[in-house]
Design a protein around this ligand. Structure first.
Ligand code: UDX
Length: 440
């Protein structure tokens, strides 16, 4: 079977390579010529562990090709995955569906045989139903073009693993034929007893947004509790460990710190609120505004602590920022808490030097005036203050003596609760941790 994947960003590029790995002939399509050129050469335009190898393997096997021509995909494939972006709309909080609409409409106009279009993009509830009507209207007479929604739950940094071995499969369908085809496509995962949830369009769309809203809420919940421990004392990590032993709660996504960022969680909680407001349910998701605010307040807190440690005299101070990506194992700086904090300190007059193992280039594109270093040692050289804001393993492994001879002042802020601050304090450092009461 030949499948196409429309949109070759994180989601689409990973999905295309994974489908080739599963034995399908795959055509990846994107409007971005540069991206297609580099993918066709086996160069991944972003960092994702394991993906370059998979990409190259299947370019070599001949099962994976790339094109900017939607027509090529329409002609060759029976199944089309739509994996284009749904970013936040400019000037408002709703999702921008321009790319999804354009992909589905463009494809439908070009398809000349029966086909299944499978939406993978994260969309506001009601989108699939609307697209189904659009497909019906635009398809050539006599053709049967079916639509299904099959949300993707992949995490950056684990994209290959999450795609090849998903923890569940959600099929939003409106016909038994669509379900049957989806079961054929995902036969490998299904044979390994991956749970399959077959449902309607609305549920499938909502599963994805609800999952991301829940995860964002979980992070903001622990960060709200961390505002209490910052005031009364106590250890937010110990508290999270104790909560996590309750299997109904679980320990994951309870790491307090500078909060969530990235291309999904922030935009998805805003898009969900925007959508339910359109539906007349203004109050229903209002708490997500609070979750958003708690999350953003963490960044204020990090800036506040930096100001405090520099005696409210940030101008001209040299600040080392460890980490620019929104999380480790990624070079993605979209809505990255660390980059936001770095830029704010720069705007207050500090000299900021960032080191991220993978995200320096992307961070520099966004904030070219910040300083960038090629190693932790270079970043912290002569620093008046160090901020650890993305928990890459090499930063977690740092000990006080690694940096002591390099910095100007032994001051560090742990924005991710990953350092043993007592050990650092014992070695003569002044430390601050997000979620810990400040005492000197
Ligand atoms: C998320 C969802 O996890 C994934 O299922 C969905 O498909 C896309 O959105 P991703 O954006 O890759 O994936 O990142 P994720 O691992 O969820 O982390 C999001 C943010 O939350 C990061 O900035 C991370 O640092 C932060 N985070 C995560 C915390 O602050 N604390 C935690 O305990 C966990």
């Amino acid at each position: 079977m030949t499948v196409s994947v429309i949109g070759t960003g994180y989601l689409g590029a990973t999905h295309a390579a994974a489908m080739a790995e599963l034995g399908f002939d795959v055509i990846g399509v994107d409007t971005d010529e540069q991206k297609i050129k580099s993918l066709a050469n086996g160069d991944l335009p972003f960092y994702e562990p394991g993906l370059p190898e998979l990409l190259r393997k299947h370019i070599a096997s001949g099962r994976l090709t790339f094109t900017t021509e939607l027509e090529t995909a329409a002609e060759a494939a029976d199944v089309h995955f739509v994996a284009v972006g749904t970013p936040q709309r400019a000037g408002d909080t709703g999702a921008d569906l321009t790319y999804v609409d354009a992909a589905v409409a463009g494809l439908t106009r070009l398809i000349k045989r029966d086909a299944l279009i499978i939406g993978k993009s994260t969309v506001p509830v009601g989108t699939a139903r609307r697209l189904q009507a659009m497909v019906k209207e635009l398809s050539a007479p006599g053709l049967s073009i079916d639509l299904a929604w099959n949300p993707e739950f992949l995490r950056e940094g684990f994209a290959v693993e999450d795609t090849l071995r998903p923890d569940r499969l959600v099929f939003g369908v409106d016909s038994p034929a669509a379900e049957e085809l989806l079961r054929t496509i995902y036969a490998d995962a299904i044979s390994r007893n991956t749970p399959v949830i077959t449902t309607d369009f609305e549920t499938s769309e909502l599963v994805k947004t609800a999952a991301n809203a829940f995860l964002a809420t979980k992070i903001s919940f622990i960060n709200a509790i961390s505002e209490i421990t910052e005031t009364v004392g106590g250890s937010i990590s110990t508290l999270a460990d104790a909560l996590g032993h309750d299997v109904r709660i679980g320990r994951r996504f309870l790491n307090a710190g500078v909060g969530f960022g990235g291309g999904c969680l922030p935009k998805d909680i805003r898009a969900l609120q925007a959508r339910v407001s359109e539906l007349g349910l203004d109050r229903t998701m209002r708490f997500l505004t609070e979750m958003d605010e708690i999350n953003l307040r963490r960044r204020d807190r990090a800036v506040f602590l930096a100001d405090e440690l520099l005696d409210n005299d940030v101008v001209g101070k040299r600040i080392a920022v460890l980490g620019a990506a929104f999380k480790p194992e990624s070079d993605d700086v979209r809505d990255s808490p660390s980059l936001d904090i770095a830029a704010r300190l720069f705007n207050q007059g500090a000299e900021v030097f960032i080191y991220d193992p993978k995200a320096n280039a992307n961070a520099a594109k966004r904030f070219p005036r910040l300083g960038f270093a090629d190693s932790t040692e270079e970043a912290v050289q002569g620093a008046d203050l160090v901020l650890l804001l993305t928990e890459w393993p090499e930063f977690k492994a740092l000990g006080p003596s690694d940096l002591a001879g390099l910095v100007k002042s032994r001051k560090i802020i742990d924005g991710r609760n990953v350092l043993d601050w007592q050990e650092w304090e014992a070695a003569g450092w002044t430390t601050r941790t997000l979620g810990r009461k400040s005492v000197d």
